[in-house]
Design a binder for this molecule. Structure first.
Ligand SMILES: *Cc1c(COP(=O)(O)O)cnc(C)c1O
Ligand SMILES: [Zn+2]
Length: 381
């Protein structure tokens, strides 16, 4: 049984019924899922999770799904100490959470598994979404697993493998010239189909928040000092922040939180620009372009929520160059053996720079999210 109590708008406070399919608040903000945390606190203690299955469904009480999960075994990815690379950049306590081991090869599977399961139990039979590749691949895959139809639109420049994944899962694929916003226009006409675009439905975020739960459980119900996250739509960052907040309210962790860092490419850095100017909202980035395709989001819908997570956690935002991302990807692989995705490598570049400026200290325990498998981007090395 789910402890979901409703949906709430973080901007205007409006409440929405969680028992029917919902998209955005009437004010335009994404909606957040709220739970009966008092009841969850009585039903489960953190130590109990260690006896459960090694997937994100181990956190059932903090997920919105009532009935059967839709699963391919996603979640519970390794949190790897990387002392050789970490020592080299002056961060001996560096850890990489490797989301490359997840079905579909990216952490998008977390959001897709939970989002599809919830959409199905609320009556959706067909979903649509624009994507930079990995989200479409994951939602197409989980829609097939759930017996649902999917229509996916993506830029022609998205990684080829993600197109092939959509087709392999039997989805209808629309390829468009341009960026993710142009892909959105290509499916706008499709009526009567549930819109599962980034943050336009509230449950993808719930799937992605399990990264935060896992990091804390894997450290023995303790938080690291800093988490670096490659930020596109920002769902993972907002999700980790939300998970930390829920664990804090449950008394499972203390008041001190990790500082959250949004990492972007200098080719598309709307959040970094807004953060540096102390703004609460971001303005669209023109002419976005980067090798870290998963973070090419010129105008993220969750900008307010991302910036709030950075400000309230005492974090920061950093933009890094493509050539440095690629150099760090190779350097890391040679020292640790793991082939990161460019988005994950961007976080190493950011960690290196933050150490050099003194924002990170040698004692800091720093977690970097490698959001996908390097094997999905064979052209980067
Ligand atoms: C989508 C994606 C990101 C960005 O994720 P958000 O949660 O939308 O910010 C980062 N890395 C990879 C590999 C992705 O596919
Ligand atoms: Zn609202």
């Amino acid at each position: 049984m789910s402890y979901l109590s409703g949906l709430e708008c973080p901007r205007c406070g409006e409440k929405y019924d969680a028992l029917v399919l919902q998209n955005l608040c009437s004010c335009g903000s994404p909606l957040l899922a709220r739970y009966d945390l008092a009841a969850i606190g009585k039903a489960v203690v953190p130590q109990e999770f260690s006896h459960r299955e090694p997937t994100l469904w181990r956190y059932r009480e903090l997920l919105p799904v009532d009935g059967d999960p839709v699963t391919l075994g996603e979640g519970w990815t390794p949190l790897l100490p990387v002392p050789r690379y970490g020592g080299h950049i002056g961060l001996p306590n560096l850890l990489v959470k490797d989301e490359g081991l997840i079905p579909t090869g990216s952490f998008k599977a977390r959001g897709a598994a939970v989002g599809v399961a919830r959409a199905r139990e609320l009556g959706a039979t067909h979903i649509k979404m624009p994507t930079n590749g990995n989200a479409g691949a994951a939602w197409a895959t989980y829609a097939a697993r759930a017996g649902m139809k999917a229509t996916i639109a993506m830029p022609l420049a998205a990684p080829t493998i993600t197109r092939q994944e959509c087709l392999a899962a039997g989805a209808e694929l629309r390829l468009v010239e341009g960026l993710i916003g142009d892909a959105a226009k290509a499916i706008a006409d499709l009526e009567g189909v549930f819109d599962a675009s980034t943050l336009k439905e509230p449950y993808r975020l719930e799937g992605k928040k399990t990264m935060g739960l896992e990091i804390v459980e894997q450290l023995g119900w303790r938080v690291p000092d800093v988490i670096l996250y490659p930020t596109g739509g920002g769902v993972g960052l907002i999700g980790i922040h939300k998970a930390l907040d829920e664990m804090r309210q449950l008394g499972w962790i203390g008041a001190r939180g990790p500082r959250l860092v949004a990492v972007q490419s200098t080719g598309c850095a709307p959040i970094v620009r807004a953060f540096q100017q102390g703004e609460r909202r971001a303005t669209p980035w023109l002419d976005a372009k980067t090798v870290a395709f998963g973070i090419t989001v010129p105008s993220p819908l969750g900008d307010e929520l991302i910036l709030d997570a950075l400000y309230s956690s005492g974090g920061t935002a950093v933009a890094v160059d493509d050539d440095e991302i690629l150099a760090d990807l190779r350097d890391f692989g040679a020292r640790e053996g793991l082939m990161l995705c460019p988005e994950g490598a961007a976080c190493l570049t950011a960690a290196r720079k933050l150490r050099a400026t003194g924002w990170l200290s040698p004692h800091d325990e720093v977690v970097v999210l490698n959001t996908g498998s390097g094997l999905k981007y064979p052209g980067t090395v």
